[in-house]
Ligand binder design. Structure first.
Ligand SMILES: C[S@@+](CC[C@H](N)C(=O)[O-])C[C@H]1O[C@@H](n2cnc3c(N)ncnc32)[C@H](O)[C@@H]1O
Length: 269
């Protein structure tokens, strides 16, 4: 039976789920938990459709739980398990995409014709469309590992679509970009701060003087973990952040609060 209520995922359960191993429909917890902790984690997994199976020694889901776990890690509560929500991936709503690309911190409109812009986790192209609407003269490279999502990006000679993970794309990239505009995955199973990795990888692909515009979780502004502190120092040294209004992603089915990060690569490395 599909369960459609959302339950909170406490911080310790998020850490455990971030380390869980997913193979097909099975989710394997990383360690032996105390009975009390196990019951809490089990409740979270059940709310997402997972059932403990003694023979498999795993929680077994109706299908691959990677996306729903990713969503729960990012938002701190389990999403509803109806099909529509499971397939959600937090596309950037159009007004926010326009704000990101054409707002006061963006230099996209001023880029010269033929300038290269990278969208490293393009989804169905919300940011790609906003980039070209803001500056019809640029060339956009859109990287997206999910073939079905990438297929939603309309053909346009100014867009090069690459079906791949950003990490794999970056490992062999030979071009540099005048700008990177991104709304990366915030968390993936085993990688609770994957957005930071994507942001650093994007930085390395910028031209001298190139611009980074990125959506990031609001935890950027206050979390005390050393990775967050280092990220704040890094962004502040090269730009800054703008808090986005609560509910900016409501149209995409998530209440995750976000910030806009902007940074410019120094002219001389
Ligand atoms: C939060 S959605 C944003 C989509 C799009 N950028 C937008 O703003 O609408 C994140 C996207 O990252 C993609 N993604 C997940 N893992 C990725 C990876 N390793 N490399 C690149 N993209 C990835 C997902 O498939 C999803 O489309």
């Amino acid at each position: 039976m599909a369960v459609s209520t959302s339950v909170p995922v406490p911080e310790f359960a998020r850490e455990i789920l971030a380390e869980a191993r997913i193979e097909g429909r099975n989710l394997y917890l990383p360690q032996q938990l105390s009975t009390a902790d196990y019951q809490k984690v089990d409740r979270v997994l059940e709310a997402m459709g997972g059932k403990w199976n003694r023979r498999a020694r795993a929680h077994v889901f109706p299908d691959d739980p990677s996306q729903i776990i990713e969503a729960a890690l990012a938002r701190g509560s389990t999403p509803n398990t109806d099909r529509k929500v499971l397939e959600a991936y937090w596309a950037t709503p159009e007004p926010l995409a326009r704000h990101l690309v054409a707002g006061q911190h963006s230099g996209i409109a001023a880029l010269p014709p033929g300038a290269r812009v990278l969208e490293p986790s393009a989804g169905d192209g919300a940011l790609v469309r906003a980039i070209l609407a803001t500056n019809p003269g640029v060339e956009v490279t859109a990287v997206e590992p999910d073939r079905a999502r990438a297929a939603c990006i309309d053909y346009d000679p100014r867009i090069t679509i690459v079906i791949d993970g950003f990490e794999e794309f970056a490992a062999t990239a030979t071009s540099r970009y005048a700008a990177v505009v991104m709304n990366p995955p915030f968390a993936l199973p085993g990688r609770p701060t994957v957005w930071m990795d994507h942001l650093h990888t994007a930085w390395d692909l910028l031209d001298d003087g190139g611009q980074l515009l990125a959506l990031a979780p609001n935890g950027y502004t206050y979390r005390n973990h050393r990775d967050y502190r280092a990220m704040r120092e890094f962004i502040t040294a090269h730009g800054g952040h703008e808090p986005l209004p609560a509910g900016a992603f409501a149209a995409s089915g998530t209440d995750t609060d976000t910030v806009l990060l902007h940074a410019r690569r120094p002219l001389h490395r």
